[in-house]
Design a protein around this ligand. Sequence first.
Ligand code: UDP
Length: 271
Amino acid sequence: MNKRRRIYEGKAKVLYEGPEPGTLIQHFKDDATAFNAKKHALIEGKGVLNNRISEYVFTKLGEIGVPTHFIKRLNMREQLIREVEIVPLEVVVRNVAAGSLATRLGLEEGTQLPRSIIEFYYKKDELNDPMVSEEHITAFGWATPQEIDEIMQLALRINDFLVGLFLGIGIRLVDFKVEFGRFYDNEQVRIVLADEISPDCCRLWDAQSGDKLDKDRFRRDLGGVLEAYQEVARRLGVLTETPRPRGAGPVLVASNASSNGPVAPVNGKPN
Ligand code: UDP
């Protein structure tokens, strides 16, 4: 096998050089980290689920006109993406108080917010990704005022769409983090959604029971991390097969994974 050039290795993903200029391959690992990588574990199968879930969400967002870096899924763990220049911001959208917001403002987790709130964090591990304001972003040149406007509009559109998408499968979208990139298209520079959207970077609560179906299960040692991610994938209809014990023989599965389209539900209707 040809050795691919590794462009970047993050906590949960690796980026390789793509087959054509301007493309990259995004590989989803099983590593789970929290608290700026102070806590680390391998959750076997997580990368496969996140690849599928993120493919589904990015495809759906593309269908409503949100520009994204996603081109197509290549295999169980990898997707082909457009190379972009990442804006060094973590953009968090919140609908319900949880996590750091609940702590910072002394709100009870689960309190519905008066409206959706956008926060920016400067992507800098050494500094623990500090929260920053638009003033910091423009003063230090991380993004222009026009880019911030575009990012905020896209973030709210993504939020509106995802709130509905998840509510339709009995899940409350509490908050999530997204990243954006600059895509250089001849003379034009466009802001596009990049990175991933998966239970690693969202808070997803079962609408009925309130059960956490996201990375908080790992952060807070609640157990059942993989099962929670599987449940999200199953409800979205992207789980094509249930993980089988190691050493089990091959099984013939109907493969309906199109190169760039979502996979039809196979486990019956989501509840
Ligand atoms: N988040 C993320 N990466 C980070 C920090 C936060 O994906 O480095 C996500 C997190 O999963 C949650 C949202 O952003 O869905 C808001 O996280 P919060 O600020 O509450 O931080 P936390 O409590 O996770 O430290």
